[in-house]
Design a protein around this ligand. Structure first.
Ligand code: MRU
Length: 335
């Protein structure tokens, strides 16, 4: 991705591995501060996933793969390292997929550094393919709506939901992107708008509650990411996705989710079985360290919601656009 560092554009990934160190952009500080952080221990990488220094399902998966690599380097017990990483966040399926990938790699005697690097590269490659399959959905002059951040920051590079937009933009197609701010952590406003700004793609940040208003004015497609997709095509994504999907159906607007196959959890039949992370009340009641809510009021903070398959027009993946009722076919194809 293009990122502006001290006013100069630089091409970089959200995280990478370099000579015994995992380096990542501290996503908690963007866009006001750009800072790289470096970790040499698996436990530090696990903490960085938990505190959301790195976030977004595919990027969390890659961080976990690198965490497992650090564990092999210092001779830690790999099953225990895997358990630690898997305990950090419950919803993103890529986390579990990546840990299992690294455990399988170790069992088969594969070089751990080569395995972790190839895992990261394959995620970026899949995102580019998602871009190729998804870009025809964006006609010249289209108005697109997205939610949260499913861009390069969430996926190491290129993005899932943002991939079709990047690809269409790079082909010279004009578009306008409505970016919902994504309370409480504001990944839409802080991260997606930042990525679109760095790419020069026209966009505006809108309050989460304004989605219906702008959809009625004229949105051609809604494209969001996914954190876990069940075998029937139900999926979990950032809180607020479900209501956008319902509104899109009500207004006849195509609604897509975009994700690599590593986000699919074929072991669960439907979305009711997806674990939904509950996060701290403080994320809701406080802004920038200041309490906004009345003292004594409680808050509820589910980080994700589940969108049933009937609201999903298609799932944009690295093997093509799949209808929710075709997920079973994908599973059989991969077996
Ligand atoms: O809590 P986060 O920031 O890790 O949530 C992940 C997300 O950004 C989204 O839900 C996203 O749309 C899917 S991950 C590419």
């Amino acid at each position: 991705m293009k990122i502006s560092v001290e006013g100069k554009p630089r091409e970089m990934r959200a995280l990478w591995y370099d000579a015994g160190k995992v380096v990542m952009i501290d996503q908690r500080l963007l866009p006001s501060e750009f800072r790289l952080v470096t970790f040499t221990k698996c436990s530090e990488v696990a903490a960085s996933i938990k505190d959301m220094t790195v976030r977004g399902a595919p990027a969390i998966g890659v961080a976990a793969a690198y965490g497992m690599l650090l564990a092999t380097r210092d001779g830690s017990e790999l099953e225990a390292a895997g358990r630690l990483l898997k305990s950090t966040r419950p919803t993103a399926h890529d986390l579990f997929y990546a840990v299992d990938f690294m455990l399988d790699a170790a069992r088969s005697g594969r070089d751990p550094e080569e395995a972790a690097r190839s895992y990261a590269d394959s995620i970026v490659d899949k995102c580019r393919k998602i871009g190729e399959y998804g870009e025809p959905l964006i006609k010249d002059g289209a108005n697109i709506m997205t939610h949260c951040n499913a861009g390069a920051l969430a996926t190491v590079d290129y993005g899932t939901a943002l991939a079709p937009m990047r690809a269409a933009w790079n082909k010279g197609r004009k578009m306008f992107v409505y970016v919902s701010e994504t309370r409480p952590r504001l990944q839409g406003m802080k991260l997606t708008a930042y990525e679109l700004l760095n790419e020069g793609i026209p966009h505006a940040i809108i309050p989460d509650g304004a989605s219906g208003h702008f959809m009625r004015k004229g949105v051609d497609a809604v494209i969001v990411g996914a954190d876990r997709i069940a075998a029937n095509g139900d999926f979990a994504n950032k809180i607020g996705t479900y209501e956008k999907a319902v509104l899109a159906k009500e207004l006849g607007i195509p609604f897509y989710t975009a994700a690599p196959i590593s986000t699919f959890d074929f072991s669960i039949e439907d979305g009711t079985q997806i674990p939904i992370e509950d996060r701290s009340e403080d994320e809701v009641t406080m802004i920038d360290g200041h309490r906004i809510a009345p003292q004594g009021c409680r808050a509820l903070n589910p980080s994700f919601d589940m969108t049933p398959n009937r609201y999903v027009t298609g799932i944009i993946t690295e093997i093509g656009i799949v209808k929710p009722n075709e997920v079973g076919k994908v599973r059989r194809m991969l077996q």
